[in-house]
Every structure is written in C-alpha cells, then in structure tokens.
Write a protein that binds this ligand. Structure first.
Ligand code: NDP
Length: 451
C-alpha cells in the first residue's frame, strides 16, 4: 500500500472527522518508512488496526440544573488501544468535544503513552458539557451523572481516566466519589486524585514541568539552555501555569498568558507573585486573564477574536514558544511570524496545537519543534507513577516523583532522537517520536496476534 492508500483507508471510514484525520495524517507521514521496512507489520495490518478504536462508548448524561430544569449532555469514552497496558487518557469537558476530537486525542495518546516507558494503552473521553458559568452544585451533579454511566466501562486494571481541559482536581474528586459509591470499591481507577486519597505528589505540576524539562533537553543538545530566554506561553490553565513556573525556576522569562477571550503581554516577565495571581484567578475565582492587566500595569491585554487565522500572541519577539491551550491554536501565519522574529524552539504543551502547515514552516526554517506527544507526556507519565503507587499502596516524596519525571522526559528525548536518526531524519523530533511510539505498540500487537 502507498502512503495515499493508507490515508484513503482512514478517510473512507472517518471522512467526517477532521481532527482525527489530521492526527492520523501526521503519524502515517512519519511511520510510513517503518511500514515499508517491515513486511510483517503490513501483513498484520497494524496501522489500519491502530486507527480503529477497540471500543467507542457514547452515552446520555441527564442532570438537573439549579433552576430545576433537566439538562441533556453527551458523554464519551474512546478505548483506542490496550496492547501495552490498560487504556489511559484524560476526560475533557468543553462544548467543542465531539467524537472526532476525542478520537484524535485517543490516537495521539497511544504513542505518547508508549514513549513514557510506563505500561499504558491509549484512551480519551469527555463530554460537550460546558463548566463555564455553572455553580459548584451543578458541576458536582454533572460529574456524578457522568460517572453513573462511565463506571460500567472502567476499572483500575482496564481503563484509568484522568483530567484534561475542564476537568481538574475538583472534578476528579466528584468523579472518584461517584465511582466509589456505585462500585463500593476504593481503587486507583482515576488519576489526578487529591493527596491523602490516592493522589501523587507532582501530578498537578507534571505536564508543565515535563514540557520545560523536555525543552531544556532540546536546548542543551543544541549547546544552550532556557536560562535567560524570553518565552511565549499560551493558555492559563494547568499546563500553562506549571510551564511558567518551571521556566522561572530555570532562569527563563515568560511574558505571555492567554485564555479563550484574549492574552496578556507582560514584557517585565511573569514573576512568582504574578503567577500566584494567575493561579488564584483561574483555579479559585475562575475569572478572565484580562484581570491580570488591570492589576499589573507592566502588562497589556488584547482580545483574540474567535476563529481568526492568526493570533497576535505569536507575533511577539521571543526565543521560545510553548502553546499550552488547545488544538490548532498556532497556524501557518503565526509560524511565519515566529520564524521572522528568530524563535529558536517551539515545544507543544497542548495536544496538536500547531497546524500541519505551521509544523512544516517551523521545521523547514530550522526551528526546533517538539510534538505534544513527546513534550507533554510528563502528565500521563506521572499518572502512570500514580497508578504504580496505588498498586503498591505507597506514596513517594515530591523529590522522588520529580526525579523520575526528569528521567522519563530525558529518555523520551533520547529515544525520539535515536529513532529519527535511524530513519534518516536526524534532529526531527516529530518523526522520531512517532516512530519510537509506533514501533513499541506494533511489537506488542504483533506478539499478541490478530485479536
Ligand atoms: P485547562 O482547562 O486547565 O486550561 C486550558 C486553557 O486553554 C485555559 O486557559 C482555556 O481558556 C484555554 N482554552 C481552552 N479551550 C480553548 C479554545 N478553544 N481557544 C482558546 N483557548 C482555549 O486545561 P489543561 O491546561 O489541562 O490543558 C491544556 C492543553 O494541554 C490541552 O490541549 C490538553 O489536552 C493538553 N494536555 C493536558 C494535560 C494535563 O495533564 N492537564 C496532559 C497533556 C496534554 P479558559 O480559561 O477561557 O477556559
């Protein structure tokens, strides 16, 4: 089969799912040389099988709002691939959630989880429920209703969900409470749990910290470091907050943060104190990032119109860029501007934040580019460490978990570079990460037969 045959195969079955097709397209472009080299993978139709979810569950979620009105949402769990471990991947609550978005995320998760070295398969789930503007009680009732159905399909050895956009520590608490009640069982069925009831230290920080550890590895391989570098960060949620924190720890300067309405630019840099303000604003008061510029006069705020082709955040002069909000938030024009401004590195904190055209522009112009499946794998890796602690009935210290996280990110960096070199694309982290993840899962599927 040619590369186009593979794409046609997936398009025919999933033509109405653009995000999923985009993710599959990126992976097949990278792993096609592996399929050419390995007749046994082609014969077993491993790639075709990887693009078909092992199981896709869609369900109704009924709940009652504060006015006493019945609300109906749609819930999903995509159990994509369990060749190397139980399905693992977050839950997203956002109005943009649909089958295509969750299938792209679950597909990416297969390779990301394989890269971590922790035994975890790929999955993803969520709902089109919008947590914005909902009361605390409404959030709780929705989470309980959602788990009312999901609980039938997950178990600590089968499928272990975690958080994602719109699902943080608060929601994991409500979801866990419901599972425990329905199943009459206290187990590590979710990760991202609170410390004191099964959670792992450093899990909250892990995606953002891991992203910056990964970037530091890339910069060191190029003979430099993040120290003294000016960094653009988008988003102001979990991943962004801890990416900014680690940039600060390593002596860099983060100058931007954003949300779905707009972004702030603070040329003086986001300090520890200003970061605490963002955490309180977003995690406790659930306000808009605009308030940052009202409080700190060194900063300016600009609205970002929804659906615009480019975002002025990426036109700010800087050395490094870390998109940490959502998919396709960095387009071709944004990448052209970054190239003109001398940006040296773009590492993805979010999943698939850069469009395919944008990625090509970065790579063709020598910008070091890290795909999310490598650079944001620290979150799921630490979820894996949480599962291990739950199985063992133990708790590791922050230092121990952080050390393991740094080791995992260093290892992902090394295996991605090695795979890229082996297949004639030295220094290409996208190709390397896709190949290293794919080969690990392919070998497991081959060993287990056609099942
Ligand atoms: P949060 O919900 O904590 O934060 C998301 C941030 O992105 C918020 O600032 C939000 O703005 C903004 N955002 C969300 N949707 C959009 C949109 N459509 N347009 C513009 N801005 C948007 O999520 P996380 O930080 O957990 O996740 C961010 C990204 O990182 C996602 O792609 C996620 O899949 C990925 N990721 C997360 C991991 C984790 O451990 N949490 C692990 C690996 C990847 P607002 O405040 O207005 O909602």
């Amino acid at each position: 089969m040619t590369l186009h045959d593979y794409l046609d195969f997936v398009k025919q079955r999933n033509g109405h799912e653009p995000e999923f097709l985009q993710a599959v397209d990126e992976v097949i472009q990278s792993v096609y040389p592996v399929l050419e080299r390995h007749a046994e993978y082609r014969k077993l139709k491993l790639f075709e099988r990887m693009t078909e979810p092992e199981r896709l569950i869609s369900f109704r979620v009924n709940w009652i709002d504060d006015k006493g009105e019945v609300q109906v949402n749609r819930g999903y769990r995509v159990q994509m691939n369990s060749a190397i471990g139980p399905y693992k991947g977050g839950l997203r609550f956002h109005p943009s959630v649909n089958q295509s978005v969750l299938k792209f995320l679950a597909f990416e998760q297969i390779f990301k989880n394989a890269l971590t070295g922790v035994p975890m398969g790929g999955g993803k789930g969520g709902s089109d429920f919008d947590p914005k503007g909902k009361s605390e009680n409404e959030i709780m009732r929705f989470c309980h209703a959602f788990m009312g159905e999901l609980a039938r399909h997950i178990d600590h050895r089968t499928d272990v969900p975690a958080g994602d956009i719109g699902v943080g520590g608060r929601e994991i608490g409500y979801l866990f409470g419901a599972y425990k009640k329905f199943k009459n069982e206290f187990s590590g069925v979710l990760t991202g749990k609170g410390i004191g009831w099964g959670g792992s230290l450093i899990r909250t920080e892990a995606t953002g910290y891991g992203l910056i550890y990964f970037a530091e590895n890339m910069l060191q391989a190029a003979g430099t470091s993040i120290h003294g570098k000016t960094c653009l960060v988008s988003g102001s949620g979990n991943v962004s907050q801890y990416a900014i924190e680690k940039i600060l720890h390593l002596g860099g300067k983060a100058v931007t943060a954003s949300d779905s309405n707009g972004f702030i630019y603070d040329p003086a840099g986001i300090t520890e104190e200003k970061l605490e303000f963002i955490k309180d604003l977003k995690n406790n008061r659930r306000g808009r990032i605009k308030e940052y510029a009202d409080k700190y006069k060194t900063a300016t705020y600009q609205d970002t119109p929804p659906g615009a082709d480019s975002n002025p955040l990426w036109a700010i002069k800087a050395d490094c860029a870390f998109p940490c909000a959502t998919q396709n938030e960095v387009g071709a024009e944004d990448c052209n501007r970054m190239v003109r401004n001398g940006v040296k590195l773009l590492a993805e904190g979010a999943n698939m934040p850069t469009t395919p055209e944008g990625i090509n522009i970065l790579i063709d112009n020598g910008v070091m580019y890290a795909p999310g499946k490598a650079s944001n794998a620290g979150g799921v890796a630490t979820s894996g460490l949480e599962m291990t602690q739950n199985y063992m009935g133990t708790n590791w210290s922050s230092g121990e978990v952080d050390e393991k996280l740094q080791h995992i990110m260093r290892n992902i960096h090394e295996i991605s570079l090695a795979a890229a070199k082996e297949y004639g694309k030295p220094g290409n982290y996208m190709v390397g990460a896709n190949i290293a993840g794919f080969v690990k899962v392919a070998k497991a599927m081959q060993a287990q037969g056609v099942i």
